[in-house]
Design a protein around this ligand. Structure first.
Ligand code: ADP
Length: 324
């Protein structure tokens, strides 16, 4: 069985009357990227603050790095690193001085601190800027310095709270590379993001948080199958073949100009086979076949567009499926 880097059950937090986390469960296997995805105000930062011991939950059982959060806060803090919205970078001192300060906090010797600082600054492409005040760095450089500072303590689990919010596309891709490299090195990453593309690119598993509840969880592919919009498209070069196929698949949406048929499908092998079987039975072969699954945008909007208590993007009598 895989070990869990983070496990939480029935995690609850309210501020006054406002329920921010309404009993959420999380399971993040070691060495994976888990993304908590949700609109602004969904409770993502609150979850990160609780899991990283910055604030206390009102209820729930939580284990991080194998330590119970309620009794082993110190051991949890030794195992984790947190970067993101509350950056630790001090703009008045240089990048290198920020790194050395971090090395001091981790009680590294002067020599060891300098060695690690130089190594990390080089790894994050900050060696040339190391002697300049951090306030002169670009947004992307500051985020890289922030992650480099977190790595001084060799954390096994890193919480990245919206690490690319506000970054330009190049810096964002750069950050994605860094995050992938962290996982290659064996680190577990808990990533919060508002960007669907980011979760799709990076995460092994995604949980969608809305109104304090996890409304869906699974791989990006599993989540995409939750919402309608997917279809199989069949194209023909021969009008006769197109006409026969249309007769064999009477439910298909027809595009007479393009000689193309669209059959609604969840993208699963079973549904694809059903379409192919019907074509085979009629002795028809399409010239081109493509499977379109809805993208994560469709899923996100379907799952987060309705008020609390209602399932969205699903027939009224069906609750939103949680993929395990
Ligand atoms: P996200 O990170 O998903 O944008 P947050 O976790 O920051 O969401 O916030 C979730 C909700 O909790 C918001 O409505 C926010 O206003 C509220 N909230 C967060 N921190 C506090 C606090 N210290 N006091 C009162 N309300 C808070």
């Amino acid at each position: 069985m895989t070990n869990l880097a983070i496990a939480a059950s029935e995690l609850r937090k309210s501020y006054g009357d406002k329920v921010v986390l309404d009993g959420i469960d999380l399971a993040v296997p070691e060495g994976t990227i888990f993304s908590l995805l949700g609109p602004n105000g969904a409770g993502k930062t609150t979850a990160v603050k609780i899991l990283s011991t910055l604030i206390s939950p009102d209820g729930g059982e939580i284990s991080v790095g194998g330590h119970d959060l309620s009794t082993g806060g110190q051991a949890v803090r030794a195992a984790i690193g947190v970067t993101g919205q509350f950056s630790a970078v001090d703009g008045l001192i240089t990048g290198e001085e920020n790194m050395l300060l971090m090395a001091d906090l981790h009680h590294l010797s002067k020599q060891e601190g300098r060695r690690i600082a130089a190594e990390l600054l080089a790894r994050f492409d900050l060696a040339d800027a190391a002697g300049k005040p951090a306030s002169t760095y670009s947004g992307g450089m500051k985020r890289r310095l922030d992650i480099a500072m977190t790595l001084v303590g060799s954390p096994r689990i890193i919480f990245l709270d919206e690490p690319t919010t506000g970054l330009d596309p190049r810096s964002r891709h750069n950050m994605w590379q860094i995050i992938r490299q962290l996982v290659t090195d064996g680190v577990t990453v808990f990533l919060t993001t508002q960007y669907l593309e980011e979760a799709d690119e990076l995460a092994d598993r995604i949980a969608v948080l809305n109104h304090g509840k996890i409304v869906a969880e699974g791989t990006a592919e599993q989540l995409k199958r939750l919402v309608p919009g997917g279809h199989v498209q069949l194209r023909f070069t021969d009008p006769e073949g197109y006409r026969h196929a249309g007769a064999a698949l009477p439910d298909a949406h027809r595009d007479d100009e393009a000689l193309a048929l669209q059959v609604a499908s969840d993208g699963s092998q079973r549904q694809l086979r059903a379409v192919l079987d019907r074509l085979d039975a009629a002795g028809i072969e399409a010239d081109e076949l493509t499977v379109h699954t809805p993208d994560l945008d469709d899923v996100f909007f379907a799952l987060t567009s309705k008020p609390a208590g209602q399932s969205a993007g699903q027939p009224a009598d069906q609750s939103v499926e949680v993929v395990r």
